[in-house]
Design a protein around this ligand. Structure first.
Ligand code: CTP
Length: 397
């Protein structure tokens, strides 16, 4: 799988940098080409000569190395690779990546690349557990950056805990997975996500509560399996994944238009919390408290996007998945909703305030299909997404 793949390997400055030499060796054994980049701090731990000798390629170190610019500019360097790997990824490098800084060769390459990036973090356990590092990690994951490790164990600094660089063979496996096609290669999946905002006037709106976290995680998980994803999102709290086609909308009507305009899909997942009504008498200017009593809003029903797509006679996706966020009689309501809307699967969940699911990191779902229902244990929204994406992949086989 790795034969003839080009890896741009950025070696950060950490005690684990010596393991990058073994990583280079193992990648080359498998036929990969490794173009090494050594940060200034990295060169305190491994010598430029040993890195370039093992890689068998020119080593890049300095952004302002004019000879290198004459041979290959940093933009080109960042794009010639199939995958960019950062090992070890130090707290400093992760911070730069999350903040979007580009003040040396490594950080500039990471900003300029249009390829996937895999990081293998390594640092002291306190640094790893620091809220700033965890915040940066969450940001990087949201940006679609892949991560392997760190693992738990004794550290060079004498402490014990998480922070050890993943073993070179685990990094090789993660590189292999990142470069493999995945079971959804060649499939197009449409995902709706987030709330819709229905204007009352130019400054006010009605909406459903939704962070967009579950829909975003599903789009990311499908893309990780190799799917081409069109992600139609209302104004969500979380950033959309970076490796999907994003279409931003505000209202249910706009969401329907975007869904209908999307290329034909093999599967569609409707995770959006679409407002059921819009304000029919929404005003073009701000409603004022002018002493003439309270404004009267007239509601009109929004199009049901899930039902519209489920009932298409031409161009219906092979698999249509809806969501049913309920507060009472979850299974009975969701089962009836599946039949009423005409979708194939419904992911049902209880969103009563006591569950903490709305806006939280976890979800507790039941998957309802024509064959019955499957109760999943409560798990992280990312895990729900991974499991659902895998089942969608299996169904499309
Ligand atoms: N949905 C949609 N378009 C709408 C309303 C809902 O596509 N106008 C989709 C949602 O994305 C979700 C499913 O339909 O996949 C169920 O949404 P939900 O709000 O639970 O259902 P409603 O049809 O609004 O039913 P009710 O309000 O009666 O529970």
């Amino acid at each position: 799988m790795l034969a003839d793949k080009r890896i741009l390997l950025i070696i950060g400055g950490g005690i684990a940098a010596f393991k990058s030499l073994d990583l280079i060796r193992r990648l080359r054994e498998r036929g990969a080409h490794v173009t090494p980049v050594l940060t200034r701090a990295g060169s305190e731990f491994v010598t430029p000569l040993s890195v370039s000798a093992l890689a068998g390629e020119k080593l890049y170190q300095d952004l302002f190395d004019l000879t290198a610019e004459a041979e290959m500019g940093h933009i080109e360097l960042s794009r010639a690779a199939d995958l960019v790997v950062v090992a070890p990824a130090t707290a400093d490098l992760m911070g730069k990546m999350a903040a979007g800084l580009a003040n040396d060769l490594a950080s500039t390459l990471l900003m300029a690349t249009d390829k996937r990036v895999l990081i293998a973090p390594s640092m002291n356990v306190r640094m790893w557990e620091h809220p700033a590092t965890q915040r940066n990690l969450a940001t990087l994951k949201e940006d679609g950056v892949l991560c392997v490790g760190p693992t738990e164990g004794d550290m060079a600094c004498g402490e014990f805990g998480y922070g050890r660089l993943a073993e070179p063979m685990d990094i090789v496996a993660a590189i292999d997975a990142a470069l493999s096609d995945g079971p959804m290669k060649g499939k197009h999946v449409l995902v709706t996500s987030g709330p819709t905002h229905e204007p009352i006037d130019p400054v006010r709106y009605i909406a459903n509560r939704s962070s967009g976290a579950q829909g975003t995680a599903i789009a990311r998980a499908l893309a990780a399996l190799g799917a081409d994803v069109t992600f139609v999102t209302g104004p969500a709290d979380v950033a959309p994944p970076s490796n999907v086609r994003v279409v931003k909308v505000q209202t249910a009507a706009e969401m329907l238009d975007a869904v209908m305009a999307a290329p034909a899909a093999d599967a569609a997942v409707f995770a959006a919390a679409v407002a059921d009504w819009h304000v029919a008498n929404a005003g073009p200017s701000k409603i004022k408290k002018d002493g003439n009593g309270l404004p009267e809003l007239r509601f009109a029903e929004n199009p049901d996007i899930l039902a519209t797509v489920s009932q298409l006679t031409k161009g219906r996706p092979k698999l249509v998945v809806g969501f049913a966020a309920e507060t009472d009689d979850v299974i009975a309501n969701a089962t009836a909703k599946r039949l009423r809307k005409g979708c194939d699967w419904i992911v049902a969940n209880d969103v009563s305030p006591a569950t903490g699911i709305m806006g939280g990191a976890e979800n507790d779902v039941t998957l309802i299909t024509a064959d019955g229902s499957e109760d999943w244990p409560r798990m992280g929204k990312d895990e729900v997404a991974t499991r659902l994406a895998q089942q969608i992949a299996d169904a499309l086989l």
